[in-house]
Every structure is written in structure tokens, then in C-alpha cells.
Design a protein around this ligand. Structure first.
Ligand SMILES: *[C@@H]1O[C@H](CO)[C@@H](O)[C@H](O)[C@H]1NC(C)=O
Ligand SMILES: *[C@@H]1O[C@H](CO)[C@@H](O)[C@H](O)[C@H]1NC(C)=O
Ligand SMILES: *[C@@H]1O[C@H](CO)[C@@H](O)[C@H](O)[C@H]1NC(C)=O
Length: 528
């Protein structure tokens, strides 16, 4: 008898495992966790849903967990008015709260911070608590985001329920750099708009806001060391004070998102000369920044020194793309200088980039540069340089072969301003294509989707970012064995996530292929 019981028990477990595994396709969690299993019961979320933290080594002095929990409750309760007196909502199967246990007392958010978590939602009601365990507060925040996606408003009971309990989820990111670029030079973006973008990034578990702050067209940021730089802003209103920038960093950090600040030098820097015209080779030829002028480097040092007071991420991005050196070669005093130094334009480009790298490193940063620097003089770049791909495929392969680290943003696949790139393109683009050795794979630290700002402002930024950025977010978060081989397999789940974003007030566009779509006609959000 014992034998039969054990056998049928094992068989039962086996069937359960198969059912759960097959079921993963129909789960509405985005991005998909590394491992998920669930049952088929339902629990209601208590009216006074509580956060419990005893046994946690993390003391939450800065209130990051408390804020994360408040945000969780807001998003799960935000879409409907909950009526606890409604007939049918008085079930005894109640989830009282979440017990969060964080192992590390530190809330330092640096590159490579442990973002893993384990989430268990029990089956029994009454005094039940979900259990969320993480190494760091930032793993715990991801766990809260996942939990939020397990919650549904039930229209018959007017209450929030967690379906399919018990849940056992264990999860961790595939890549430690999962970025989104915003561009505040081509169009200014106000603080509330940037904060909304940050909130939505957290929903998709993206963890780096690459802030392309200044460029050719405008210089909106205050630089205390050189107070005339923001004369290059479009208007007095379209400026960020240092305190504004610090607020963006603080706001992002509290949701586990680092800010990668960028100075795109020397090629994308015309606006710098509005306040300091001597940075221009001449008033007819205004970029790249004058390589022959010592003041150029003194100023860059001042800017980066001011940066280092608020942008605490270990990386700074120093651009280096699209440097057309004809301006240097054609401007008499610069070409004189080149001759004296025995350099041509390409040599001077290399000289500029390497000198700027040294300045940033002397302030404690590691440097990210766009891929042209690697393509032109990769063997001269500091060995700690992270090369940021954008021009096309096959670059990461060459960068890691040279022993450098890489961030992948292939413009044909992951540029959000390319409206003809489909969500399927975003989903299927694999950063590790043709990179097989584990040691080389490690050098690809992740990827980034880029929301260049020429045609973007507050009116359309959300629907251009979402849902396509979410497709890349799953590619960057989800372990390779859980990634869909065919993007059509994730279409219903991505559609569901897009509707969830809409429910939360994010203007994500329909999932029907290209970027910034409008609904094709009357119909349900779930069938666009
Ligand atoms: C909503 O709650 C009712 C009553 O408990 C239940 O019968 C129904 O299945 C729930 N709806 C969904 C979609 O789970
Ligand atoms: C610039 O000079 C270097 C040698 O210093 C040379 O290798 C390179 O081909 C030259 N580039 C051009 C465009 O003339
Ligand atoms: C990967 O390698 C194969 C075979 O060498 C090649 O055909 C393909 O173009 C490569 N893919 C990329 C994206 O470089």
C-alpha cells in the first residue's frame, strides 16, 4: 500500500510539474521569472494589507521599502474602487500582507547589485502572509513588482484577489545592465514626465536610465563650475538645476534604477559654445569642440567634477560618436595646431577621447563610449572602457573578443525612435549572438533601448517607449531557457502587460507591430 501511495504521489507531483510547466505560457507576468509554479486557489487582499519586516537585516532607514510597498498598494488598488462591504467579498481566504526579509543591511545601489528574490504566496487564508526574501532591498523591490502582477480586481466581488495560489517564484536578472535612454537635448522633458518614465521602467524591471542630457541642440543642465553653459538651453523654463538633476537620481535610485549621465563629446556639443564661444573652432564651424584649446579640457574637468557630486553611478558616458573632423582640419588655428602636433583629424579624435577618459577616471568613473571610438582606436581605449554598440550587429562579438565590455543597442533593433522596428524585432534581438564562451559572454553587461528625442516630447514619449521597450526588457531580464523561441508565443502576455500599463496610467500603445501605434478601431485593449 505504502508503495502505491508513494508512486501515485510521485506521479501526482510529476503531473503537477508538467501542468505547471505547460501553463507558464499562459501566465501574465512580464518579464517572465526564472522559475514559477502555482496552484489554483484564490486569496483576497486584506483591506489593511500590511508590510511585515521582522528578521530582515535591512532596517529601511531611508524608507525605500516603505515607499516601494506604498507604491505597490497604490498600483494594485489604483484601477478600481474597492468595496469591502460588497456581498461576496467577505471570503475567509484573506492574504494579510507581505513579509519581506532582506539579507543585506546596505541600500547602496551600484552596478552588479544582487537583484534576485524569492516570492512565496501561500494557499491558506486568515493569517496568511506572502513571503518575499531577497539579498538586497533592490531584489525585494523586483519581488514587489512581480507580486503586483499576481493581483487582479474581481468585478463580481469588488475586491482584489491573488489567483492561482500557492505561488512559488524564484527570480534573478540575466543581465545586470538593462537600460533605457532618454534625450533631453532635442526636446526638454519635465521632471514629472521623467519620473513617470522611471516608474514605468520599474514595472518592466529595467534598471538604468541613460540620461543623454546635452547635445548639439541644447544644454539644459546647470553646471555650477561653468555657469554660462546652460545659456545653451532652449529657454529659461527648459532647464534643470543641479537640485533637479539630483532629484531625478534620488527618485530613480529609490526604485532600483541607476542614472547613467552622458556628455556626448566632442562631436555632439555645439550648444556648449553658446555660453563659452571659445569652445567652438570658429563661429562658422561649431563642433566638434575645439581640440586645440586647453580651455576645452579644463571645462570638461569642471563639468565632470560637478557631475561626480550628483551622478554616483560608477559609469559616466562620454559619447564619442559621429565625430566629423573636417571642422578641425578646415579651421586655420586648429589645423595649425594639428600640424605642430603632427596629427591628422583621426589622431586628434583619438587624442580627445583618451584625454577625456583620463579626466573622468581621475574622478573615479569608469567610462562608456559609443562604438566608433572602438572602431577607430579600440586598442588604445582604457581597458575598463564599456563600448556602447549602436551602428549594427556583430559589434559585441568584436568588442568582447578584444577583452572589453559591451552594452548592446543595435539601432536596427533597439532604437525606439525607429518606428518601423516592431516589438517582435525588439523581442528577438539576442545580445549574445555568436558569443559562445562563458568568459566572453560575461563581458556583455547588457543592453539598452534608446528613445532619441528629435520627435519626442511629453506628448508622445510613453507610447513610443511602450510596449516595445518591454519586449527588450524581457530579453534582458529573463533566463534564456524561459525566453520564447517564437515571439508570437508571448504576444498574449505582452498584450496583457500593455493593458496593465494602460490601467496604471501609462500611455503604452497597442501591441500591433510598429512603434507609437494607435488602436486600429473600436475594441478591447486585450484584442488590439
Ligand atoms: C471572482 O470571484 C468570484 C466569487 O468568488 C469567483 O467565482 C470568480 O471566479 C472570480 N473571477 C475570476 C475571474 O476569477
Ligand atoms: C592619420 O594618421 C595616422 C598615423 O598617425 C594614420 O595611420 C592614418 O591613416 C591617418 N588617417 C588619415 C585619414 O589620413
Ligand atoms: C553570426 O555568425 C554567423 C556565422 O559566422 C553569421 O552568418 C552571422 O551573420 C553572424 N550574426 C551576426 C549578427 O553577426
Amino acid at each position: 500500500m505504502g508503495k502505491i501511495t508513494v508512486t501515485s504521489l510521485l506521479l501526482g507531483i510529476l503531473i503537477h510539474v508538467i501542468v505547471v510547466y505547460a501553463d507558464v505560457k499562459n501566465l501574465n507576468i512580464w518579464p517572465m521569472p526564472s522559475s514559477v509554479s502555482h496552484g489554483y486557489n484564490t486569496l483576497y487582499i486584506a483591506k489593511d494589507f500590511k508590510l511585515r519586516t521582522y528578521q530582515s537585516k535591512y532596517a529601511d532607514a531611508s524608507g525605500i521599502l516603505k515607499d516601494g510597498f506604498t507604491k505597490l498598494v497604490d498600483i494594485i488598488k489604483g484601477a478600481h474602487v474597492i468595496d469591502y462591504n460588497y456581498p461576496g467579498s467577505s471570503s475567509s481566504a484573506i492574504l494579510q500582507g507581505i513579509h519581506v526579509i532582506v539579507a543585506s543591511p546596505s541600500d547602496e545601489l551600484q552596478y552588479g547589485v544582487d537583484e534576485s528574490y524569492n516570492l512565496d504566496v501561500p494557499m491558506q487564508g486568515k493569517a496568511a502572509y506572502a513571503l518575499l526574501k531577497a539579498q538586497t532591498i533592490y531584489g525585494a523591490l523586483h519581488g514587489l513588482q512581480t507580486f503586483s502582477q499576481l493581483c487582479n480586481f474581481n468585478i463580481s466581488t469588488r475586491a482584489i484577489e491573488v489567483r492561482q495560489v500557492p505561488w512559488t517564484i524564484s527570480d534573478q536578472p540575466r543581465f545586470s545592465y538593462r537600460g533605457l535612454l532618454i534625450d533631453t537635448s532635442r526636446h526638454y522633458l519635465s521632471l514629472p514626465v521623467i519620473k513617470k518614465v522611471i516608474d514605468s521602467m520599474a514595472y518592466a524591471k529595467l534598471n538604468v536610465l541613460h540620461w543623454h542630457i546635452v547635445d548639439t541642440q541644447s544644454f539644459p543642465l546647470e553646471i555650477p563650475s561653468y555657469p554660462k553653459l546652460w545659456n545653451g538651453a532652449y529657454s529659461l523654463e527648459e532647464r534643470y538645476t543641479m537640485a533637479d538633476a539630483a532629484e531625478i537620481v534620488r527618485y530613480a535610485q529609490r526604485q532600483g534604477i541607476n542614472v547613467l549621465s552622458e556628455l556626448d563629446i566632442p562631436g555632439h556639443a555645439q550648444s556648449w559654445g553658446v555660453g563659452y564661444p571659445s569652445l567652438w573652432p570658429s563661429d562658422k564651424c561649431m563642433e566638434p569642440l575645439d581640440v586645440s584649446n586647453e580651455f576645452t579640457f579644463k571645462l570638461i574637468e569642471g563639468v565632470l567634477s560637478d557631475f561626480s557630486k550628483i551622478f554616483k553611478y560608477k559609469f559616466v558616458h562620454l559619447g564619442g560618436d559621429e565625430v566629423d573632423t573636417t571642422c578641425w582640419e578646415k579651421t586655420p588655428h586648429v589645423s595649425e595646431w594639428l600640424k605642430k602636433k603632427n596629427m591628422n583629424g583621426t589622431d586628434a579624435y583619438e587624442y580627445f577621447v583618451l584625454r577625456a577618459q583620463k579626466i573622468a577616471m581621475s574622478l573615479g568613473y569608469e567610462v562608456v563610449n559609443w562604438e566608433e571610438t572602438f572602431n577607430h582606436f579600440g586598442n588604445k581605449l582604457d581597458r575598463k572602457t564599456v563600448v556602447h554598440n549602436w551602428l549594427g550587429g556583430g559589434v559585441a562579438e568584436r568588442v568582447v573578443a578584444a577583452g572589453l565590455r559591451c552594452i548592446v543597442s543595435n539601432q536596427g533593433k533597439w532604437y525606439l525612435d525607429h518606428l518601423d522596428s516592431t516589438w517582435q524585432d525588439f523581442y528577438m534581438y539576442e545580445p549574445l549572438t555568436n558569443i559562445t564562451s562563458p568568459a566572453k559572454q560575461k563581458l556583455v553587461i547588457g543592453g539598452e533601448v534608446c528613445m532619441w528625442g528629435e520627435h519626442i516630447d511629453a506628448s508622445d514619449i510613453e507610447q513610443t517607449i511602450w510596449p516595445r521597450a518591454a519586449a527588450a526588457a524581457e530579453r534582458l531580464w529573463t533566463s534564456s531557457n524561459q525566453l520564447a523561441k517564437d515571439s508570437q508565443d508571448v504576444y498574449p502576455r505582452l498584450s496583457h502587460f500593455r493593458c496593465l500599463l494602460n490601467q496604471r496610467g501609462v500611455a503604452a500603445s497597442p501591441v500591433n507591430g510598429y512603434g507609437r501605434n494607435v488602436p486600429s478601431g473600436p475594441g478591447s485593449c486585450y484584442q488590439q
